[in-house]
Design a binder for this molecule. Structure first.
Ligand code: ZN
Length: 444
């Protein structure tokens, strides 16, 4: 059972009564009915890539781990309606391929796409690198099939773009982290396939310039802007040090970098737009230097710099993580103030923020001082969280932008939700899972 009982960051280890792998939605529903009757807790799990312990059972050994991996059928692909219906265990990479097979595009994209699954993506409302253009998982779903705690199957599956018939039950389950029901299938939106793509890497003076550049590129590329990622020099240096084959794309070092991706819907359009935009951005002083990928390989190498950031931090030692969002306009001030407060409390610690600036979402990770003891640094996790999350609250932000709440942030929820909001959430939980068998101890 080992592969199901620990998670990628090695923060949580659970035990389980059994790992159960049903092969269709009816079996999932029957399992839930039985567990509900017997009062046995069920922990649903997709690709086991979540970062907040939502998919890991507790240590009691009394919970059942419900793997959705065998629910991996493609039920329907309908390019004329721009919709596809997939079972929960289909991996995100395969969902992208299914869209591709009918010359459409499914835009959800994240580092774990080879193993994360559609059910998990929706249960956690996953974000990723294309939220700027297409929204988070929540925005990509038309309907769901959900096994309820009492063993009934609720279906809102369907291809309608317009359907004004009361409560949005689909969205209720998106982001509910398996605490209200178990998603067994989903109808997802398809989009026109971009015909050209351009990726560029820019050297910047500071996050204020990044904000100016973001607005400039939005103006010039319009809806073609697919991603706008921010990283710092110190982050890039860790990637260059630890990731084999990583190379600095620019001749001289710069304090900050932006990676932008622009799509075009005709041949060569993206390259034309990005070349014109870069020239003007450099002239306007928003960026110091820029490198435009000349091939798919170069584009992939640029993305690898950004996507290797977590791995590089891991190899550098202990890293205390935050998945935060603030209003985009406030990012430069937030970064400055966060750096100041951390330096005051942890003089040698190294903040290495990076992420989806275009969505106002940063992974504000703090690496241990060079040469320090990893365990001693990680023991300060809560204190560091307190500083960063306190500032996030002052900046009207969120403590979980795209990773969810799970076990890791459950006790922080009361800080960011009003008492009324928490009451309504608990009432929904009580209605749909009165015996508390669905992923107990997570989220609420
Ligand atoms: Zn991210």
């Amino acid at each position: 059972m080992d592969a199901f009982l620990s998670e990628p960051r090695d923060l949580y280890h659970g035990r389980a009564l059994a790992v159960v792998k049903p092969s269709d939605a009816a079996q999932v529903a029957r399992l839930l009915a039985l567990c509900n009757e017997q009062g046995v807790a069920v922990v649903p799990q997709g690709g086991n890539t979540g970062l907040v312990g939502g998919q890991t059972p507790d240590a009691s050994g009394c919970q059942i781990l419900l793997s959705l991996q065998r629910l991996d059928r493609v039920r329907e692909v309908d390019p004329a309606s721009d919709a596809m219906t997939l079972e929960a265990g289909v991996t995100l990479a395969r969902a992208q391929d299914v869209a591709e097979s009918v010359d459409r595009y499914f835009p959800l994209s994240l580092a774990s796409e080879g193993s994360c699954t559609i059910g998990g993506n929706l249960a956690t409302n996953a974000g990723g690198v294309h939220v700027l253009a297409y929204g988070a998982a929540r925005d990509l779903v038309l309907g769901l099939e959900v096994a309820l705690a009492d063993g009934r199957l609720l279906s809102t599956l369907g291809k309608l773009r317009k359907d004004n018939t009361g409560y949005n039950l689909t969205q209720l389950f998106v982001g509910s982290e398996g605490t209200l029901g178990v998603i067994t299938a989903a109808t997802l939106k398809l989009f026109p396939h971009p015909r050209s793509r351009a990726v560029a890497f820019l050297g910047l003076d500071d996050p204020g310039k990044a904000l100016a550049l973001l607005n400039f590129v939005k103006d010039h590329a319009g809806p073609g802007l697919q991603a706008f990622e921010l990283m710092s020099r110190i982050g890039l240096e860790l990637v260059l040090r630890h990731i084999p084959g990583a190379r600095d794309p620019l001749d001289a070092p710069h304090p900050w970098y932006a990676l932008i991706e622009i799509a075009g819907f005709s041949e060569g359009e993206a390259e034309r737009v990005v070349a014109a935009t870069l020239t003007e951005a450099l002239d306007a002083g928003h960026a110091r230097d820029a490198m435009l990928a000349q091939s798919l390989d170069q584009a992939a190498a640029l993305w690898r710099l950004r996507e290797s950031m977590s791995e590089a931090q891991k190899r550098e030692g202990g890293s205390i993580k935050h998945d935060i969002s603030v209003p985009i306009e406030r990012i430069p001030a937030f970064l400055e103030e966060a750096g100041r407060r951390i330096a005051a409390h942890f003089p040698q610690a190294r903040p290495i923020p990076f992420g989806h600036m275009g969505d106002g979402n940063l992974h504000y990770n703090v690496s241990q001082p060079p040469g320090a003891e990893k365990a001693a640094f990680l023991a300060q996790w809560d204190e560091m969280n307190e500083i960063v999350h306190g500032l996030v609250a002052e900046y009207d932000g969120s403590i979980s932008a795209e990773h969810g709440i799970g076990q890791l942030k459950r006790d922080l929820l009361a800080r960011v939700k009003t008492p009324v909001a928490l009451d309504v959430m608990r009432a929904l939980k009580q209605t749909l899972d009165p015996r508390g068998v669905l992923n107990p101890g997570k989220l609420l």
